[in-house]
Design a protein. Structure first.
Length: 132
């Protein structure tokens, strides 16, 4: 199985400044598994009020993956996806919890496998957003 964790290099940030968030995708299984080289990772956040939001994304479509557009993760191997959240659009100060959802399409190429598919959710990471 895959594990997804989110990390940030800070626990406090000023509204309006970009916030770098990293999603770490790790093969926690005992066998190697194939994943897309450029997986769809949706970054989500929950405001102090409980309202939820996310970055824009396009749902991945099933695909005939090859070794060119997929990569093999051995047991314990990992890859990362990084984004910068634009906090200028976040409407309020306080602790905002960030997370990630990895969405993997179905591989229609039966000669490349096993291939991970489905949805994997990360932990949540809180950042205190303040005004300057």
């Amino acid at each position: 199985p895959l594990e997804v964790t989110v990390e940030c290099d800070r626990t406090e940030s000023v509204l309006g400044e970009p916030l770098p968030i990293v999603a770490r995708i790790r093969n926690a299984g005992l066998d190697a598994v194939w994943v897309p080289r450029e997986p769809v990772v949706v970054f989500t956040w929950m405001y102090p009020s409980g309202q939820r939001d996310n970055n824009a994304f396009r749902m991945p479509e099933d695909k005939d993956f090859t070794e060119v557009d997929a990569r093999k993760l051995g047991p314990g191997d990992e890859m990362t996806v990084q984004v910068e959240i634009t906090t200028q659009y976040i409407p309020t100060t306080g602790i905002t919890e960030f997370g990630a959802v990895l969405i993997l399409p179905r591989n229609t190429n039966s000669s490349l496998g096993p291939f991970a598919e489905g949805t994997y959710r990360s932990n949540r990471f809180g950042v205190n957003l303040i005004r300057r």
